[in-house]
Design a protein around this ligand. Sequence first.
Ligand SMILES: C[S@@+](CC[C@H](N)C(=O)[O-])C[C@H]1O[C@@H](n2cnc3c(N)ncnc32)[C@H](O)[C@@H]1O
Length: 490
Amino acid sequence: MKNARTKIYEEASESCCIATLSQCRSCKEKNTCLILRDQLSFYNRLGISQIDDAIDSNSLNSIKHLWKDSVRTKRYDPSWNYSEDNTRAYTHAIHPYPAMMIPQVAGRLIDMYAKPKAVVLDPFSGSGSVLLEAFIRGYDSYGIDINPLSLLISRVKTTPLNYKDLQIELKKILKKASLITNTKKPNFFNIDYWFKPEVASQLTALQAAVNSINDKPVPAGFKRGKVKDFFKVVFSFTVRAASNTRNGEFKLYRIDDDKLKNYSPDAFEIFKKRAEENIASIAGLWEKYSRSKTKVNILNEDARHRTSIKDRKVDIVVTSPPYGDSKTTVAYGQFSRLSLQWLGFEGEDIDIDNRSLGGRLDVKNLHLGYASLNLRYALDLVSRADKKRAREVLAFYVDLNKCFMELCRVIKKGGMLCMVVGNRTVKGVQLPTDEIAADFGESAGFKHIETIIRKIPNKRMPSKNSPTNEPGVLGSTMTEEYIVIMERAA
Ligand SMILES: C[S@@+](CC[C@H](N)C(=O)[O-])C[C@H]1O[C@@H](n2cnc3c(N)ncnc32)[C@H](O)[C@@H]1O
């Protein structure tokens, strides 16, 4: 047996230990550890391991729980579609963000399971939709994300500010910005490619005016003012809207050259209009919740690792993880990059796509993918068409599985986990993420309760995914998503 890569696996703690691989000598020598053998064959088929092992051509037949024959409770329920509902209440629409969860879904899940004083967690909090829905119901919450832009939007979305103060501040900012003429524009890569010179100088002036805000606390007893953050969100919106990027794209694509010639956005106007709209949105939050004591804890952490949340702190998780790795699904990093660079972030902070689930192939922890037979079967099918794609897909699920382990630590016994996922298609294979999530959940300590299928309104879907991983080659749009509901076993 050749074992060129054995070093990447850790020493097995005992024979037949499926958590570790190659050094389980007794099993290997006796050739009796079927679990290990099966696992090695699986990785061989993906081209991950170079350990020669006879591939059992019947291995697929031995996998019983194919998603098509799933015995889990799963139902389509049109009452979850909310296709005609207003999704912009309060501050929900202060800044666009890819693949936002609609407030009605977040709110209904919280209402279904939250008991008095419940603590809510969204470990992929994005623009903070779940956090706002928890806040207006009076439940303390935690939100985790690796994207500084998402954390900024979430903070502002869930902080009632006095709209009258904001109106006064807006006037000051616009006046100040109009007087600034000599500020140096930021010096980040390709700034001139993405911004026309006159836009860049307007943005530079706005940025200086926003940064000069003196963010004093509001009167005693009220929430601390976060006026500067509020206007940073407006500024981020303006950066996107006034840039040379194409409208309606989450990835960075530049407007065609011939259209660009006649393109002359007015960044001051965009900023002013957006600020007025956001002030109007926050007025409702201020009027109803300015004296709220409800806490929203927003954490710049990684949901794959141990977080700062205490053991068994959380009663209910409502979340929607990314659909897949950022490179081939929604590129949160690309979406956020220009805003983040203007806001002064750099280095790791803007390297979001590599730090997202599946951003890197975590060879050391590949065994985590083994927790789902549905995943193994799906990967087997993908790997027949393209081994590299199969590895990329596996990398995403290995990361997703790590999150389940952390969720198991922080959720109370009897607490609920509601995860909204999409079953995207790769190389013609529809990946059964809802089943894979339930597999992972069950092996981490959750009990599957039910899966609700809902239709996704067209306008919210980020993009068609690229089944071949080639730019411009589109596959079918996902038209439905799955709300996988699990309970933390007692
Ligand atoms: C589908 S979006 C969540 C959208 C959110 N529900 C909303 O309504 O705006 C997924 C989020 O997961 C975040 N993310 C990706 N990898 C992560 C990780 N390892 N830890 C925490 N967040 C991560 C992305 O930055 C993105 O904001």
